[in-house]
Design a binder for this molecule. Structure first.
Ligand code: IVH
Length: 671
């Protein structure tokens, strides 16, 4: 190998990359492999060796980069260049026909073609290709911004790392990441073998996998991808069906079950046919997506709040099964709520085996007259947790007694309370072990302090050993490293991981910390609102209930709960300990002070090629300074930032009299 000149090596590397990409395409996209594994492995090995000897020729799009890199600490946030919308749902024929009527009334007299596609039950991701190379991959997130999961995306073998198309230099492909049913079952079998918790369904497994910090772990699982949306300014296409064909030409995997129809009646027929055969598909779908085919009609129809007017989801009926309730047990949550749960005779339903279903509360048990020993119809809708739809009364064995309301906590035996007007029973003992565990689990979860490695089983062990009895204790764990190392089943590495995770969590912003505290009724969004309004925990603690009430979107239930939480000495002590440990109890001023009045609440549309910024960089600057970005120009647009070769958006902006700025003006605004 050393005998190769560098020009030869470069050529050989390019040649191998192309051959491997072709083999991947044939194997993973077309499912028509044309070389055997042995030959493939040889090519990979040769490429690896060459890249080692000639590192100057190793590029980002090399297949050797599919699995590489160090685990990330936390994903970077990326702003989508155009918001990632979701779809309005319809559940029956009438609602579907209403969609058709609605668009016909918006664009009267026009003819419509529809494209019908499967609605894959996975997660939406956005892929950016620049100069023919996969540049980045991001989750949908809140639609405006998601996580940069490029490294994880690269492990999906059907997603090309490079594309060759003479005209298209820059494009965004969106689509769904998911597991095949068969692969999901295998993953769960492996989880069981390892003695780890199994996943509830394929979708959640895909979500969990995509969010793994270590791409090597992602690569071990066979994630799949189907592209269903393309955005590019490099070619002008007339229809969504052309876009799908182009995606296919770009070698992205496109599911081939889509059809083009010319009436909503035909679309409905397609929905019915697919619903009948959905069980035969190798992956889960939860409906059909119907999209207006003409892109100019799509443009004219635009979007309402979070979903486009030009598309709709036709959702299938939830799948149902009949099974027997073996027993009903009571679960105690982190705020003491007692929830009845049905333990079922296991049945297979919509991709997984169900053995438990929530019964919500005792009113529900009474209303549906659910008893231990009953046969019930269960259903799995969009949510993970199946629910009991109804009791099959004809199958009820004689003499089944009603299920009694509880009087005492099933965990600590404290007498339960049922506040006026509420349906739930509560265990008032905040020291109840179930609540302690629940609060700590809530504190460490991904959306709160995100402490890696501290799973529920480990928490249980740590509580059992007396290492922690509240969440502030977590930050003293490093003092007990020696004792931790003595625990069975824990190695140096896992303990170090946990302690590192704890240390890193101190970087979490104030709103996450506030959410993590577990104040009743304070969800993620409310925590954000309160953090932004008050700016620090001290201001929030000192605010009166009325002051909290006055905050936009905050009601009396929340203000009362906040006041109650901070009037408890025990909670105040915990907060003080967390503060000493170095957690953030005020918002990061460097972020808030940056808001620029020229940008605040202004909507920008980016178009054309910018010289100095990439589009996502410009979008991020705008968002950071308090502005918003949108993909289409309307009367509500404040500025259109136009680069070279700007097309229809620029024309539209001029027609509507929207202010158009160039990069120089943009920079002046930034200051
Ligand atoms: S189109 C604006 N097409 O459904 C158009 N979405 O409920 C939005 N999904 O977030 C997406 N299959 O995750 C589209 N063939 C398909 C889809 C699909 C699944 C998902 C996607 C989206 C969600 C909206």
């Amino acid at each position: 190998m050393a005998t190769l000149s560098s020009a030869q090596a470069s050529k050989k590397i390019e040649d191998l990359k192309k051959k491997i990409a072709d083999a991947d395409y044939k194997y993973y996209v077309l499912a028509e492999p044309d070389i055997d594994d042995y030959k493939y492995d040889l090519m990979m090995k040769e490429l690896e060796a060459l890249e080692k000897d000639f590192p100057q020729f190793k590029s980002d799009d090399s297949p050797t980069n599919r699995v590489s890199g160090e685990p990330t600490k936390s994903f970077k946030v990326v702003f989508h260049q155009a918001p990632m919308l979701s779809l309005a749902n319809t559940y029956n024929e009438e609602e579907l026909y209403e969609f058709d009527k609605r668009i016909k009334s918006i664009l009267p007299g026009e003819k419509f073609e529809y494209v019908c596609e499967l609605k894959f039950d996975g997660l939406a991701v956005s892929l950016i290709y620049e100069n023919g190379k996969l540049k980045s991959g991001a989750t949908r997130g809140d639609g405006e911004k998601g996580d940069d999961i490029t490294q994880n995306i690269k492990t999906i073998r059907s997603i090309p790392l490079s594309t060759t198309h003479s005209k298209i230099k820059y494009f965004e492909a969106r689509g769904e990441v998911f597991f095949r049913k068969e692969d999901f079952l295998k993953i769960n079998e492996e989880q069981e073998l390892k003695g780890e918790k199994t996943f509830a369904n394929a979708r959640n497994t895909a979500a969990g996998t995509l969010k793994q910090k270590d791409s090597k772990a992602v690569a071990e699982r066979p994630l799949q991808f189907f592209a269903y949306y393309l955005r590019t300014d490099d070619v002008k296409l007339a229809s969504h069906s052309d876009n799908l064909k182009l995606l296919k030409d770009l070698r992205l995997p496109v599911n081939d079950k889509w059809v083009k129809v010319s009436s909503i009646e035909e679309a409905k027929k397609y929905c019915d046919k697919i619903e009948e055969t959905r069980d035969d598909l190798p992956y889960e779908i939860d409906g059909v997506v119907i999209k207006v085919n003409s892109l100019s009609q799509q443009d004219e129809l635009g979007a309402v709040s979070k979903s486009p007017r030009w598309a709709v989801a036709y959702k299938f009926k939830a799948k149902q099964q009949i099974t027997k309730i073996k027993s009903i047990s009571l679960q105690v949550g982190r705020v003491g709520t007692v929830t009845p749960v049905a333990n079922l005779e296991p049945v297979f339903l919509a991709g997984s085996t169900i053995s438990r279903a929530t019964l919500h509360n005792f009113d529900e048990i009474e209303r549906k007259d659910i008893r231990e020993g009953d046969y019930v119809k269960i259903e799995k809708g969009g949510d993970v947790i199946p629910k009991v739809v109804e009791v099959i009364k004809e199958k009820r064995p004689k003499g089944l007694p009603e299920f009694p309301h509880p009087t005492n906590c099933p965990v600590c035996n404290t007498h339960l309370e049922k506040p006026e007007g509420e349906v739930a029973y509560y265990c008032p003992n905040t020291a109840c072990p179930a609540q302690v565990q629940g609060r700590i689990e809530h504190f460490v979860q991904r959306d709160a302090m995100e402490i890696e490695g501290l799973g529920f089983q480990i928490i249980e062990i740590f509580i059992g050993k007396g290492f922690i009895s509240n969440y502030a204790d977590i930050y003293d764990l490093h003092k007990r490293k020696k004792e931790l190392l003595e625990l069975e089943r824990f190695g140096e590495k896992s303990i170090t991981n946990i302690l590192n995770g704890i240390e890193q969590s101190k970087e979490k912003p104030f709103d996450k910390v506030l959410f993590a505290l577990g104040v009743r009724h304070i969800g993620e969004r409310t925590a954000k609102i309160l953090a932004k309004h008050f700016g620090s925990i001290d201001k929030l603690m000192n605010a009166t209930q009325e002051e909290i009430n006055e905050v936009h979107e905050i009601g009396p239930k929340i203000s009362e709960s906040v006041a109650k939480f901070f009037s408890d000495k025990h909670n105040l002590k915990l907060v003080e300990r967390l503060r000493k440990a170095g957690l953030k109890f005020e918002i990061d001023k460097s972020i808030t002070q940056k808001i620029n009045p020229l940008f605040a609440n202004k909507t920008f549309v980016l178009t054309g090629t910018l010289e100095k910024y990439k589009r996502d960089e410009a979008a991020k600057i705008i968002e950071d300074l308090g502005g918003k970005t949108s993909s289409s120009v309307s009367k509500k647009t404040d500025f259109v930032l136009a680069g070279s070769d700007a097309g229809s958006k620029l024309e539209k902006a001029r027609a509507l009299g929207v202010k158009v700025i160039d990069e120089n003006e943009f920079e002046k605004m930034i200051g």
